[in-house]
Design a protein around this ligand. Structure first.
Ligand SMILES: C[S@@+](CC[C@H](N)C(=O)[O-])C[C@H]1O[C@@H](n2cnc3c(N)ncnc32)[C@H](O)[C@@H]1O
Length: 202
């Protein structure tokens, strides 16, 4: 099943299913994800708009997503918050934006969803639309080194693949160089399972 179909299918349940994780894990780290970013920002794989209340003040944000149903949820959230975010249905691997359009590019839990063969094309696009002095911030899961936590994550993996088309072990940092990006920081923000990658155009 395509990623678009997977997310169109889960869109109406997405926020409810994610609520315990949003409250317990993601909420505190989303703001940190935007530290150091300002100006024109791109939120790639914007989903239902969980990042909306965490964007830095005075930034101008554009969000893209493959799934019309997820974008529908994002538009409802946007109306509720009175936020001004420019939302577009678009594939991260072929975006309609001109080169160097954004000061900062973020993706939260998008790379976990991209198949290994799609990582480099997607990262190349993120790099292309990022200005030479800008930054790309990527938040993604990693498989824990803790045996118990790792075991639990492996139990969850089939559900995560079925429901979200995602995996915990994409290790996106391995594709950065081929995409013309240089890893400048890698930091775990929740245990050793959610990490922030900061990369700059080479
Ligand atoms: C796990 S969700 C994360 C949503 C949101 N960023 C968040 O933090 O809650 C992944 C999102 O990426 C979108 N997505 C998957 N593949 C994509 C692609 N090739 N281009 C654009 N969006 C994509 C999905 O539709 C989904 O909304």
């Amino acid at each position: 099943m395509s990623k678009q179909k997977i997310y169109d299918r889960i869109a109406r349940l997405y926020d409810i299913l994610d609520l315990p994780f949003e409250q317990g894990r993601y909420k505190p780290i989303r703001r940190e994800m935007f530290t150091g970013l300002k100006g024109d920002l791109l939120d790639a794989g914007v989903g239902t708009g969980r990042n909306f209340s965490h964007y830095p003040d005075s930034s101008t944000v554009t969000g893209i997503d493959l799934s019309p149903a997820m974008l529908g949820r994002a538009r409802k959230r946007q109306d509720k918050l009175g936020a001004a975010i420019d939302l577009h249905e678009m594939n991260v691997m072929e975006m309609d934006f001109a080169d160097d359009s954004f000061d900062g590019v973020v993706s939260t839990f998008l790379c976990c969803v991209l198949e290994p063969e799609d990582q480099t094309p997607a990262l190349k696009e993120l790099r292309r639309v990022c200005r030479p002095d800008g930054e790309v911030h990527i938040l993604e899961y990693d498989l824990s080194e803790n045996p118990w936590q790792r075991f639990v994550m492996k139990l969850w993996a089939p559900w995560v693949k079925f429901a979200y088309g995602a995996a915990f072990d994409r290790n996106t940092e391995q594709y950065l160089e081929a995409a013309g990006l240089e890893l400048v920081e890698k930091r775990f923000l929740y245990k050793d399972i959610i990490k922030l990658l900061i990369a700059k155009p080479k």
